[in-house]
Design a protein around this ligand. Structure first.
Ligand code: NDP
Length: 256
């Protein structure tokens, strides 16, 4: 049974993994045996993340490749570098994402486009480049990191909601075109996760009480809660799972 979830010998790229959820997902895949390529755009932060992780795994298992996921040429060059210097890419996690809070009436076009480009178009660009390599080999796993906002709206985050909703349908579109070539493309939609980035929300008594009441599990998620589903969707254990978005949200999206 454990062989189903063993990623030994596989090469994985996790975009936006210099910190946060992406870094935790990278660790989960490395713990399951994969060679992992970290990615981000800030070189110093990426190098620090690579050094910190490399100390915990055998030599050569943690690599890094800085590129901007919103650029088609950078995505092309990044994937080409990985294939030439690390190995054939087996697993891609499209995780890089940003948030921008502003009521829609005051929202600039440039900010709308920046969020759509980072949270949605990037998955098309990096996914397309990865699939161009995976399809001739007849196998590959792509995991798109969605959100509860894939399904539910909230005021002041319109471009994020549009992007994350679009990402679920992009997951389906990729499945329609690439599943027949042996690729599995699925989404993970994390709920509210307690990280450094959300510590201020956890510390906000009113918001924290709302989360605990709104979540059937009555707690925040942790990055460890995402590890099992990520390893499953990256492994042979999910070879007939196609085009699904799995909500890891303590039940938030199934109750009102
Ligand atoms: P963080 O802000 O902690 O990290 C974002 C990562 O993305 C960083 O590594 C950053 O690199 C990288 N990044 C941003 N823009 C680009 C770009 N253009 N090209 C390459 N890398 C880029 O994010 P989170 O960990 O909070 O979120 C990660 C993903 O999870 C996002 O898609 C988010 O929407 C989703 N999510 C998060 C939730 C949460 O509770 N935090 C809940 C649900 C979903 P650099 O440091 O170089 O800028």
């Amino acid at each position: 049974m454990s062989a189903l979830f063993d990623l030994t010998g596989r090469t994985a790229l996790v975009t936006g993994s210099s910190r946060g959820i992406g870094n935790a997902l990278a660790r989960a895949l490395a713990d399951a045996g994969a060679t992992v390529v970290l990615n981000g755009i800030t070189p110093d932060r990426l190098k620090a993340a690579e050094d910190a992780m490399a100390a915990d795994y055998p030599e050569g298992r943690i690599r890094s490749c800085a590129f901007d996921v919103t650029s088609d040429t950078a995505a092309e060059d990044g994937i080409a570098w990985i294939e030439a210097n690390v190995g054939p890419l087996d697993i891609l996690v499209n995780n890089a994402g940003i948030q921008h809070r502003m009521p829609m009436l005051e929202l600039d076009l440039a900010d709308w486009e920046r969020v759509i480009s980072t949270d949605l178009t990037s998955a098309f660009l990096v996914g397309r480049e990865a699939a161009r390599r995976m399809i001739p080999r007849g196998r590959g796993k792509i995991i798109n990191i969605c959100s509860v906002q894939t399904d539910l709206a909230r005021p002041t985050i319109a471009p994020y909601i549009a992007a994350k909703g679009g990402l679920r349908n992009l997951t389906r579109a990729m499945t329609a075109e690439w599943a027949g070539s042996g690729l599995q493309i699925n989404g993970i939609a994390p709920g509210y996760i307690h990280t450094e980035m959300t510590q201020n929300l956890v510390d906000d008594e009113e918001f924290n009480a709302w989360i605990l009441g709104r979540t059937p599990a009555h707690r925040w998620g942790t990055v460890q809660d995402l590890a099992g589903p990520a390893v499953w969707l990256a492994s042979s254990g999910s070879d007939f799972v196609n085009g699904q978005t799995i909500f890891i949200d303590g039940g938030m999206t199934v109750v009102v």
